[in-house]
Structures are given as structure tokens and as C-alpha cells.
Write a protein that binds this ligand. Structure first.
Ligand SMILES: [Zn+2]
Length: 285
């Protein structure tokens, strides 16, 4: 089944990986904590650029942001970053490249983003605070990384999750409390919190917070697995439709599933356009 939505769609988070991650899967599972956690189940899908382009074509998706994972191994980070950049160079009208590193790698991490920035990346992520040690570090240790991203105007995608509910691979414990601390510490950085921020938009209703999400956005990655689709309308009511960004998390879930769930909300046609492409386009400018 494919959607019959005719307006522009940008998928703001998909994951692709090069062949090596399939041929050396067993070895890579052992050397990178995040890859190990997300892909220890042999059924966890790995897709390449052709499979992504195919799915985009089927679902009328004009562009996709290719993200990395919250790497803990520098060699794998570089392999993945290179593949995303090469895919972008070959498909410049369809792919928007993001790179990923561990913000705790210090100058080596910054050098890697700089290298990728010179080749065209538009953002960084998806970071995984649990496996990368971000959740336990002093936020000041992240200052160099976030200053770099702020200076280059690079939004940072951060994996987030719910404090309750079932366990799933890669869920982690980076929940509302940590998100609020992070954005308070780095108020000038642009953040995209994955998976609707694990529900953190709800806390904008607390009287002690006045507009905490000025520079934060929330993507719909794999949200159909976790929430009733009503959450989209409720988040819109709390923090505004301009904060919601469509992403699928392909190949974890089909792009079509998330598109259909957003289409079937009671968002107006213009609000759907905001979610499907306008909000992310503004953020990247
Ligand atoms: Zn995630």
C-alpha cells in the first residue's frame, strides 16, 4: 500500500548503512555498544541507499535526512559518515546528510564533524545518550561539541524515550528530566528529540517552565509503535504544530505507516504540510 498524499514530504530521520555492517555484523556488534544494542536481534533490519531510494519513490517522499547512530566506536562512525556523504554526493537532490560522533570524543570528534561539514552535512545525530555516556557526564564536558554545532548552525538529533512502558532495543533512559536539563544548559543549540521526545512536550504545561522548547523540535520517528496517533494533535495543542517534524526511523518501521498515521489525524492540510516538510526546511535554513 502506498499513500496518495500529493504534497511534498521530507523524511527527517532514516538510517542507512554500508555493506560492511552486514558482512561484519557479528564483529561490529561487539565493538560498538549502540550498534550491539540495536542490532543484536538478527531480525533488526539494515538498509542500504538503494532500498531507501526505493521506499522513498514508493511513498512520494522527495528528500530524506540520513542519520547515523550514537556511535561509541570511531571507526564505525567514520564508515557510516562516509557512506551517508557518498550517498548524498550521488543523490544530491534526494539525500540530506547528517553525521554522527560521540560528543565526548573531544577534539577528535569535532575534527570528524568538521571533515563531514566540509563535505556537506547539515546536522548531527542521532546521538544515543545512554550508550555514549552523555547521560552520566557533566554537561560542561559537552560544551565544545555544542558550541561547534551552534556556530555552524547544525541541529543535533538526540534519541529520547519514555520513563515508563515496555522495553525495546535501544530504548535507553534519556527521558524528560534529562532533556530539560540539556536544553536549559545549551539554550542556543537547535535540538531535534526523536520519538516525540519521549513525551516531554507535555511538561511545557508546567507553570515553572515558560516556553522551554524555543529551540527544540520533536520528530515522529517510529511513534506508531509507542503512541496512539492522537498524541500528534495533543502535542500540537500544547507546543504548536511548528515543533512537530515528520520522520519515520526507516527501516525500523515503514515510511508509509508513519505517513498514514499522520494523514489520519485531524490536522488541517496546512498543518500537515508544516509537519511533512515546512518545519524541517525552516530549521535547516
Ligand atoms: Zn532513536
Amino acid at each position: 500500500m502506498s499513500n496518495n498524499y500529493k504534497n511534498k514530504i521530507i523524511d527527517s530521520m532514516v538510517h542507512i548503512l554500508p555493506e560492511e555492517f552486514i558482512t561484519h555484523r557479528e564483529k561490529f556488534l561487539k565493538i560498538d555498544l549502540t550498534f550491539g544494542e540495536l542490532f543484536q536481534n538478527p531480525n533488526s533490519k539494515i538498509s542500504n541507499i538503494d532500498e531507501l531510494l526505493n521506499s522513498m519513490e514508493k511513498n512520494n517522499i522527495e528528500k530524506a535526512i540520513c542519520c547515523g547512530f550514537g556511535w561509541t566506536n570511531k571507526k564505525l562512525a567514520k564508515l557510516s559518515n562516509d557512506y551517508i556523504i557518498q550517498s548524498y554526493i550521488k543523490n544530491p537532490t534526494k539525500i540530506i546528510p547528517f553525521c554522527s560522533i560521540n560528543p565526548l570524543w573531544g577534539d577528535e570528534g569535532i575534527d570528524e564533524i568538521e571533515r563531514c561539514f566540509e563535505m556537506g552535512i547539515k546536522g548531527v545525530g542521532e546521538l544515543h545518550p545512554d550508550y555514549q555516556g552523555i547521560i552520566n557526564c557533566q554537561l560542561s564536558e559537552l560544551r565544545k561539541f555544542f558550541n561547534y554545532c551552534e556556530n555552524k548552525n547544525l541541529p543535533v538529533v538526540v534519541h529520547a524515550s519514555e520513563p515508563i512502558g515496555k522495553y525495546y532495543p535501544g530504548k535507553g533512559t534519556f527521558t524528560s528530566k534529562y532533556i530539560l536539563e540539556l536544553i536549559e544548559f545549551f539554550p542556543n543549540n537547535k535540538f531535534i528529540f526523536s520519538h516525540l521526545g519521549g513525551g516531554v512536550p507535555f511538561f511545557a504545561l508546567m507553570k515553572e517552565f515558560s516556553n522551554p522548547f524555543i529551540n527544540s523540535y520533536f520528530d515522529t520517528a517510529a511513534f506508531s509503535y509507542i503512541y496512539d496517533k492522537k498524541i500528534i494533535e495533543i502535542i500540537k495543542d500544547i507546543i504548536g504544530v511548528d515543533k512537530i517534524i515528520f520522520s519515520s526511523d526507516f527501516p525500523v518501521i515503514s515510511q508509509n505507516r508513519i505517513i498514514q498515521d499522520i494523514l489520519s489525524t485531524n490536522l488541517s492540510d496546512t498543518e500537515k504540510e508544516d509537519v511533512f516538510h515546512k518545519n524541517i526546511s525552516k530549521l535547516l535554513n
